[in-house]
Design a binder for this molecule. Structure first.
Ligand SMILES: NC(=O)c1ccc[n+]([C@@H]2O[C@H](COP(=O)([O-])OP(=O)(O)OC[C@H]3O[C@@H](n4cnc5c(N)ncnc54)[C@H](OP(=O)(O)O)[C@@H]3O)[C@@H](O)[C@H]2O)c1
Length: 266
């Protein structure tokens, strides 16, 4: 799979990865197949229940470990350093390529969590560290407290829910946005405006959503259990939407979340 993203730490990350939330039916088999097809980034979290299967796939695959970019998460009520160790143990891995704080805690912005991840990074358990579901203000507060800028902010991101302010903020700081639920959890794939674009490019609505994120420099993490969808989603890397279509899709913004709430990034 082609396409990478430059991180603000100097390392690179694949432009697209496989999400694994609800990928519990045959996690190991699906992840192994994804790697065989060319996926090089796998996203997980302890509460997805996919860590053991991902570990199994990484042991079974012919793809060398150093070619895979493994993304793990720590929860807001955990000791981030210990949780990183526990997650790696569950996957049988010596390190993750990226560990993010899954979401900010109810109180504060997670400075202690961030310090735990800094320790995990310094001890080699995480190559890079980042955040997820953080607003621009929450990232500012974390950086003010520690002087350390996250490499990534993993947030929900589709034409129906995105933020110019967050895009500008992350571009200025060279924070890569990883897009979760980039396919709207399949809720908006039948949107007529999306279908018209897909027909014009002879692609599918899912591919158009991924191509839109990719051209913005965002790194989408589509999840699928199905081999045909694994292939279809990968082929979103093979074409580019033109400027007018990018703008038209951006206009679909309703600040809507597929998880039911309204997106707040500011
Ligand atoms: N950091 C966070 O807080 C957070 C939150 C949510 C998600 N995530 C991450 O982001 C990943 C992706 O988000 P998501 O799982 O919420 O949703 P998503 O990737 O937007 O959508 C997944 C849904 O789309 C379907 N699908 C996949 N490819 C398709 C295609 N080509 N055509 C039609 N339908 C297709 C899947 O069904 P099939 O399986 O049947 O193909 C599934 O129902 C997660 O798996 C997880 O790794 C992170």
């Amino acid at each position: 799979m082609e396409g990478t993203r430059e991180l603000n730490t100097g390392r690179t990350m694949p432009a697209m990865g496989l999400g694994t939330w609800y990928l519990t039916e045959d996690t190991a088999g699906t992840v192994e197949e994804a790697l065989r097809l060319g996926y090089r980034m796998i996203d997980t979290a302890e509460d997805y229940g996919t860590q053991p299967g991902i570990g199994e796939a990484l042991r079974r695959t012919d793809v060398p470990r150093e070619e895979v970019f493994l993304v793990a998460k720590v929860e807001e009520d955990e000791d981030a350093y210990e949780a990183t160790r526990a997650n790696l143990d569950e996957m049988g891995q010596a390190y993750a390529d990226l560990v993010v704080i899954h979401r900010p805690p109810d109180q504060g912005v997670g400075v202690e969590l961030w310090r735990g991840l800094l320790r995990a990074r310094d001890e080699g358990l995480a190559r890079d560290i980042g955040v997820s579901n953080y607003s621009t203000g929450q990232i500012d507060a974390l950086v003010d407290a520690t002087g350390e800028v996250p490499a990534v902010n993993q947030i929900e991101w589709t034409p129906f829910g995105w933020s110019q302010e967050m895009l500008d903020y992350c571009r200025e700081r060279r924070i890569v946005i990883q897009a979760y639920s980039p396919l709207t959890r399949a809720q908006r794939l039948d949107d007529e405006r999306l279908e018209r674009v897909a027909a014009a490019y002879d692609r599918t609505p899912a591919q158009v959503l991924l191509a839109w994120a990719l051209r913005l420099g965002v790194a989408p993490l589509p999840k699928t259990n199905q081999r045909a969808h694994l292939v279809e989603n990968l082929y979103a890397l093979e074409f580019a939407l033109d400027d007018a279509v990018m703008d038209a899709l951006a206009q679909l913004n309703e600040h809507a979340s597929a998880l039911g709430s309204s997106l707040q990034y500011g």
